[in-house]
Design a protein around this ligand. Structure first.
Ligand code: ZN
Ligand code: ZN
Ligand code: ZN
Length: 560
């Protein structure tokens, strides 16, 4: 009986609608039409901004020095998800970008690292490399890239499918993977930076056979030459009180410079640091991306008609600066103060071209970063360094002693051990037995604090804790046999600079801001996940969710 109620009320509703429509004049047709139009109202343009290696606390640490028109505008006038996290390991660039745009984690989209050991090819492969495409705009192998290894669709793919490819989708970044994975498989184009002696933006035949004229013109204007100049602090260096001192033991100077201190004479340093590739590790890499994104906006007339377009912009220089100088450096603070101005410039251009209220922006990061462990130690915090080579010889030494053969391990990468299944079979050794054996060796190792075997990850379902993060990052076909987690604050990295990749909150907790058309003003401290972004934007655009999406729309963010 209870189940009939909704049907009954629907009938009543239909009857009353029919009565109304018979009674009312043309006026009601307009009203109905407006209602339908409102239901289908979409932003003319979505701009996805991913800041590479941006920790959540960079929004607050540098807040007082941000302008009113950049990060602050998004925070104050938009919606701020202050407790947004990655729900998997490893927290690296390629999985991060793939997860933001596919709305799922590596267990489904298959991008399990930047590089990983491919069992079929029996070698390390790069997430975006593609031997079947040709470079466009360069002859360098830097152009032989595509998203073919990403197994599920992106929100950008779904927009193209929904609009019969009438939507314009363009990805831009310094890093190839920062442009390619967000733009997706069905994009009009993805453009990334070619450093070295070129300093231009390139693509591959996966997208198009030649560069559009406006990109040719842009490249011919020698865009990088104007940024081959001195990098000094934007404000007097003594005002950078949100960071440590400029000269300290935790930074790595560029080749050819004694200390990691301002000013950096870039023209003098270029030759020893890969030519224009040097710019990637300075704030000017972000300026180049902003310039190019604005050029794309104008020349491709994005957001100018009623079919929504999508511009995916990833600022990668923040990651290079973080790796080289660390989380606590003046160099990093200066890079964020300058990025803030680039975001302001981009928003102003969007106001001009698309109009305030007609476009939607989201901003997030592909992972955070740990403070330099040597610096943490100087502050009394548990932290340290692990040597990957020592771990490998420890495992092999035991394999040799206990089983008489140290070649059962094919590869160790991304904190995963890949076994040689053919050799194990020939030796009549059960895989499950070796997995357990290695798990015990690994848990006995000083800086490793958690270990999972393939068997435990495929036979049970973890709902919380590090087990869930490992499982979400574990692709059944592509991942290894044993996965291990290193202690908090411990990294496999040089003693200078910072890195990321762990399940700890310094790597998982990243900003998430929404702003503009269809977005509520407000904030939440409820936990949200990176995989919720694509479903939220799909809901806003009223299109299908990406085909592997496991996240959910964040309903507080969206108007009605
Ligand atoms: Zn990254
Ligand atoms: Zn410094
Ligand atoms: Zn990085």
């Amino acid at each position: 009986m209870k189940s009939l109620l909704p049907i009954l009320s629907l009938c009543l509703f239909l009857v009353s609608c029919a009565t109304l429509s018979r009674k009312q004049d043309n006026h009601s047709t307009t009203a109905t039409k407006t209602l339908v139009d409102k239901e289908l109202k979409r932003p003319k343009l979505v701009v996805g901004i991913v800041v590479d290696q941006m920790r959540y606390d960079y929004l607050s640490r540098f807040y007082n020095r941000y302008s009113d028109g950049g990060f602050k505008r998004l925070m104050q006038d938009g919606f701020n998800c202050t407790n947004n996290h990655y729900n998997y390991v490893p927290t690296y660039t390629a999985p991060g970008h793939a997860s933001i745009y596919t709305g799922t984690s590596p267990m489904n989209h298959g991008i399990i690292g930047n590089n990983w050991y491919d069992k079929v090819e029996d070698q390390m492969i790069y997430n975006a490399s593609d031997a079947n495409v040709l470079p466009v705009g360069t002859t360098s192998d830097d152009g032989k890239m595509s998203p073919y290894r990403m197994l599920t669709t992106t929100v950008t793919d779904e927009l193209e499918l929904h609009t019969q490819s009438r939507a314009k989708v363009i990805g831009v970044s310094i890093k190839d993977r920062g442009a390619i994975l967000p733009a997706g498989h069905a994009a009009d184009a993805a453009y990334w930076y070619r450093g070295s002696d070129e300093g231009t933006f390139i693509t591959s035949t996966f997208y198009r056979d030649e560069l559009p004229q406006w990109v040719e013109n842009y490249n011919n204007s020698k865009p990088s030459s104007q940024y081959a100049k001195e990098w000094n602090t934007l404000y007097p260096v003594e005002t950078y009180t949100a960071s440590g001192t400029d000269l300290n033991d935790f930074e790595r100077a560029p080749r050819g410079k004694e200390t990691a201190t301002f000013p950096y004479d870039l023209p003098a340093l270029m030759e020893k640091n890969g030519g224009f590739s040097l710019l990637k590790g300075t704030p000017y890499g972000n300026s180049l991306v902003a310039d190019f994104a604005i050029a794309a906006l104008k020349n491709e007339q994005m957001g100018m008609d009623d079919i929504p377009d999508f511009l995916a912009v990833s600022f990668s220089s923040t990651d290079y600066v973080g790796h080289q100088y660390g989380v606590n450096s003046v160099e990093l603070e200066d890079t964020y103060l300058r990025l803030d101005l680039e975001i302001e410039r981009l928003l102003n251009e969007l106001d001009q071209q698309v109009g305030s209220g007609n476009y939607t922006v989201f901003l997030t990061a592909d992972h955070g970063a740990v403070n330099n462990p040597a610096y943490l130690q100087s502050q009394g915090v548990n932290a340290g360094y692990m040597d990957a080579k020592e771990l490998e010889s420890y495992l092999k030494k035991h394999l040799k002693n206990d089983l008489g053969n140290d070649t059962y391990i094919k590869n160790i990468s991304n904190n995963q051990v890949f076994l040689d299944h053919e050799k194990l079979k020939a030796a009549k050794l059960e895989t499950g037995y070796i997995q357990e054996y290695l798990a015990q060796l690994l848990i006995d190792y000083p800086q490793i604090d958690t270990v999972f075997t393939r068997a435990s990850l495929t036979n049970s379902s973890f709902t919380s804790g590090v087990g869930a993060l490992i499982q979400n990052g574990f692709h059944p076909k592509r991942s290894g046999d044993v996965v291990f987690v290193i202690e908090p604050g411990v990294i496999v990295y040089s003693r200078t600079g910072s890195t990321h990749g762990s399940p700890q909150s310094y790597d998982t907790h990243v900003p998430l801001l929404f702003y503009g058309a269809g977005i509520q003003q407000g904030h939440t401290t409820d936990r949200t996940h990176i995989i919720d972004i694509a479903p939220t934007i799909s809901s806003l655009l009223k299109i299908s969710f990406p085909n592997g999406a496991t996240g959910n729309p964040i309903s507080e963010v969206l108007k009605y």
